[in-house]
Write a protein that binds this ligand. Structure first.
Ligand SMILES: [Zn+2]
Length: 467
């Protein structure tokens, strides 16, 4: 699309890691809990009740803001965003309007900087479920308020993203960051991280921003990428056909792989925001914020750089390992013990990560060393690692118990080779007559007779005896 410049900003809603809801003591619960089982007077919006701010949610939001290099103003407050919808029995959502908890941050993604406008806290709404059949014109709608009042952080970027690829990379980097600092589990399939990109296009070399459309509630990286690509193409077609893009909110249909119009864009003034009268403004304690900052672990970008410089890993390995804090901790401890950095990275990426279970660093280092020094084969190493993961026994114990160790005792191997040569005179003659492939047949015989023999040692002895 050489004539067009793509401009994307992102709003990402993230559920912080808390036990209870934003303003009441109800459990945040699990996907699949019976409908309306995690509700109380406060999150049902009954009259005469008062909300109480969840400190754990504020803490998660502040940690996120610090990790995103945001400024944290001293004064912040909650506001009412007024609108009516059946999934919102209160008739308003408690959010933050003009004094958000943090502003002006940034996140580096692959060397590009995406500025963060704000990170603020709000509450989620309930869920509507529609059922019925067209034929009998019998429609029913149900509301499940388990999610009403679940805390949400809204992370708003500036329009610094230029393509579907960059949007996906940004969202992935943000998820890694949130998991690393423990602010959220950020599992998209559980609705804990939802992306809302706003997209516009403009002709190259013009300063005017085009009219933007906003895509709602996208809950996979794949859908995010496809939805943006579709929307950019659609906007170009509209303008090139002489039309104009309408500012609106659009949804993404996974089954049809297209965006569709949902409603015309509403503006802030439509919501009649005003300060939430049931909650006091917050004055954040500077000492607490400094403590939270000091308590942050090493962030993914810095760890990736260190894996490159300290361990000499290839960039792709460093990125994969740094994306998961526990995996990176395991890698570093095991690499230090085994002293074999690249092999440890290979085992972590190839075997440990896909298994979803973590061995102790000492056990992993032992497997890396046993395979690296030829005591056991790579396949045996895989089996030993799998058994370590299941039962927790040390690799050396497993090898001793199962008699897995390769025989590299030269006299024992030599005895087998001598026996094989004696039993296969024809192959020996073929080899001496110049048929090199006869050596393979003899080696196969050695492996059959003594599968535990170190193949490298056996091959050396065989060639020595045939010379
Ligand atoms: Zn409640």
């Amino acid at each position: 699309m050489p004539d067009w410049d793509v401009v994307i900003g992102m709003e990402i809603h993230v559920q912080p890691r808390t036990r209870t809801k934003m303003f009441c003591g109800c459990a945040v619960g699990q996907l699949g809990d019976p409908p309306n089982s995690n509700v109380c007077e406060v999150c049902l919006g009954l009259p005469g009740v008062l909300p109480v701010i969840n400190k754990a949610a504020v803490e998660a939001c502040l940690k996120t803001a610090l990790a995103l290099n945001c400024e944290i103003p001293v004064h912040t407050k909650f506001d009412r965003k007024n609108y009516m919808y059946p999934d919102l029995p209160k008739g308003y959502q408690i959010s933050q309007y003009d004094l958000p908890m943090s502003i002006n941050g940034h996140l580096e993604v692959d060397g590009r900087r995406v500025r963060i406008r704000r990170v603020h806290l709000e509450e989620d709404t309930g869920k509507l479920i529609h059922a019925g059949d067209k034929l009998h014109k019998a429609w029913e709608s149900f509301v499940d308020l388990n999610r009403a009042g679940v805390p949400l952080m809204e992370i708003v970027s500036e329009p610094d993203i230029r393509s579907a690829d960059e949007a996906r990379d940004y969202a992935q980097a943000l998820r890694t960051l949130l998991r690393t600092i423990g602010a959220s589990e950020a599992e998209m399939e559980k609705g804990q991280l939802r992306c809302e990109p706003n997209i516009s296009i403009r002709r190259y070399e013009t300063d005017d921003l085009g009219v933007k459309t906003e895509l709602k509630n996208i809950n996979s990286f794949r859908a995010l990428h496809r939805a943006i690509e579709f929307e950019v193409k659609r906007q170009i077609e509209v303008i090139e056909a002489g039309g104009t893009v309408v500012q609106e909110t659009r949804g993404w249909s996974e089954s049809e792989q297209r965006t569709f119009s949902q409603r015309s864009k509403e503006f802030a003034e439509d919501y009649r925001y005003f300060p939430e009268p049931d909650l006091p403004p917050l004055q954040l304690d500077r000492a607490w914020i400094e403590d939270l900052g000091r308590g942050l672990p090493e962030l993914p970008a810095s760890r990736r750089a260190r894996l490159l410089s300290e361990y000499g890993l290839p960039a792709s390995d460093a990125a994969l390992i740094a994306a998961d804090r526990e995996l990176a901790d395991l890698f570093e401890a095991a690499a230090k013990a085994s002293k074999n950095f690249k092999a440890t990275a290979n085992w972590v990426i190839g075997e440990v990560a896909p298994s979803g279970k973590h061995p102790s660093p000492a056990h992993l280092a032992e497997v890396v060393t046993l395979v690296g020094t030829g005591r056991i084969t790579r396949d045996q190493g895989r089996e030993v690692l799998a058994e370590t993961l299941n039962g927790g026994a040390a690799p050396s114990e497993i090898i001793a118990r199962r008699g897995l160790a390769q025989v590299s005792d030269p006299s024992a191997v030599r005895a087998v080779v001598v026996a094989v040569i004696a039993a296969n005179p024809r192959a020996v003659d073929d080899y001496k007559a110049g048929k090199k492939q006869a050596l393979g047949a003899l080696m196969a015989e050695v492996r059959k007779q003594a599968p535990e023999a170190d193949p490298k040692a056996a091959s050396t002895i065989l060639q020595e005896l045939l010379a």
